[in-house]
Design a protein around this ligand. Structure first.
Ligand SMILES: *[C@@H]1O[C@H](CO)[C@@H](O)[C@H](O)[C@H]1NC(C)=O
Ligand SMILES: *[C@@H]1O[C@H](CO)[C@@H](O)[C@H](O)[C@H]1NC(C)=O
Length: 420
């Protein structure tokens, strides 16, 4: 799964390095919307255009699904925000269905991958294409166990090409606008390959709007600027208090602040915790997201808070002992919630507890020694799960743990996610 996503999302950094400069198509709204929903939201093809039913029916349901996914107001109606979002240039991967649920969790069986640029767009000098792709891959290389090298001929794991319309893979491109490219899951042959739509006008290095964001940002507000007394993202000694995903972004908490990193943007944002959640404390101990509840849980001392969007959920803070910890536990060091297995792991000293999200209870047989089940992991400041890996932070270091191999596969600087 992790490496599938690496590939599917590969087009994002490249798409943001370039910017579509073409006109948006002028199909009638109805046809356009129907095609869009068929393509990205698995709207059944035989669905009749939505002329009659205004409040329900498959198209309305799909519009609601899309609005929810994109963090828009869920009205089921084609309001301006929704249409505008649909008209944005985007990578050609459905928002729902196979690509986001990763059936079978395909992944590369190796960590060193070769890539080859099969052919080029005429819109740009070749070296501009080469360097954009190199840059995109180096971003992935920094934050995953993968490494990449370029092959000039012969076979390669990832073959990158520019093509128009029907290009032999049963997923024809759509001419100028809308779909910019698509990528295949890891594997041999066509798998792993990346295609860009050459009916787009590819231009160099303009800071355009990125493609649509899964989940959407929580709320964009002004960032604080770093200065004396504020933590510096690229300080080699930087450690974090807590790290968590939130609606597809990653939050790194430190003192009164946090960095928010979106996977399509190159600049992590830096905020005061209080700007988003005025009632939360600073110097957090732990944080994790339960995606099925769209909730972030944050811990400090013997209390924890539940946060949804910018709201702290009523009834919080609660005592950590309500989760089933014994009285001897005074604070949590780090925590993450495994979204596939629906288990939340709490690390305290050299031990960990596991909480079952389905039954909402602490599991029997815990605590266990962390080192027994996560060999090499001792003393944790923060942890989060991303693309199937568990990233453990200790001081200025970060350890990528592969739960299938049950081993640390990669050691990184803690701040490698902040592009340092
Ligand atoms: C580039 O290569 C792809 C894949 O082989 C092919 O479909 C496409 O037509 C080629 N594009 C050009 C401009 O030759
Ligand atoms: C593209 O932008 C980057 C950063 O803004 C800059 O360093 C680089 O020189 C630019 N490349 C070109 C070819 O203009």
């Amino acid at each position: 799964m992790e490496h599938l996503a690496v590939l599917v999302l590969l087009c994002l950094p490249v798409c943001s390095a370039y910017r579509l400069n073409g006109a948006v198509s002028k199909d009638s709204d109805t046809d356009f919307v129907k095609q869009y929903l068929e393509k990205y939201y698995k709207l059944a093809k035989e669905t009749k255009p939505f002329v009659r039913r205004r409040d329900h029916g498959p198209v309305v349901e799909k519009i609601r699904e899309m609005q929810k996914f994109l963090g828009l107001e869920v009205t089921g109606k084609l309001d301006t925000d929704t249409l505008e979002m649909m008209r944005k240039p985007r990578c050609g991967v459905p928002d729902v269905g196979d690509f986001t649920t990763f059936p079978g969790m395909p992944k590369w069986r190796k960590t060193h991958l070769t890539y080859r640029i099969i052919n080029y767009t005429l819109d740009l000098p070749r070296d501009a294409v080469d360097s954009a792709i190199e840059k995109a891959l180096s971003l992935w290389q920094e934050v995953t166990p993968l490494t990449f090298s370029r092959a000039d001929e012969g076979e390669a794991d990832i073959k990158i090409s520019f093509a128009v319309r029907d290009h032999g893979d049963f997923s024809p491109f759509d001419g100028p606008g809308n779909v910019l490219g698509h990528a295949y899951r890891p594997g041999p042959g066509i798998y792993g390959n990346v295609h860009f739509d050459d009916d787009e006008l590819w231009v160099e290095n303009q800071s355009g709007s990125p493609p649509v964001s899964p989940g959407g940002p929580v709320v964009p507000t002004e960032s604080v600027t770093s200065g004396p007394g504020t933590p510096a993202a690229c300080d080699p000694a930087l450690s974090f208090d807590a790290v968590s995903t939130l609606r597809g972004e990653i939050l790194f908490f430190k003192d009164r602040y946090f960095w928010c990193r979106s996977h399509w943007s190159l600049e992590p944002e830096f905020h005061l915790i209080s700007t988003f959640w005025p009632s939360l404390p600073s110097d957090l101990d732990a944080a994790y997201e339960v995606t099925s509840k769209d909730t972030l849980f944050v811990f400090k001392g013997n209390q924890f808070w539940a946060v949804r969007g910018t709201e702290v959920v009523a009834g919080y803070p609660k005592g950590i002992h309500t989760l089933g910890f014994p009285a001897t536990v005074g604070k949590i060091d780090a925590a993450f919630s495994d979204k596939e297995k629906k288990k939340t792991y709490f690390f305290v000293g050299d031990k960990y507890w596991r909480f079952d999200e389905n039954s909402q209870s602490m599991e029997q047989g815990f605590p266990r020694l962390t080192a027994d089940d996560f060999p090499g992991v001792v003393g944790v400041d923060a942890v989060f799960q991303h693309f199937g890996f568990f990233y453990f932070f200790r001081g200025p270091l970060q350890f990528a743990f592969d739960p299938n191999a049950r081993m640390i596969t990669h050691t990184l600087k803690s701040n490698s996610w902040l592009y340092c």
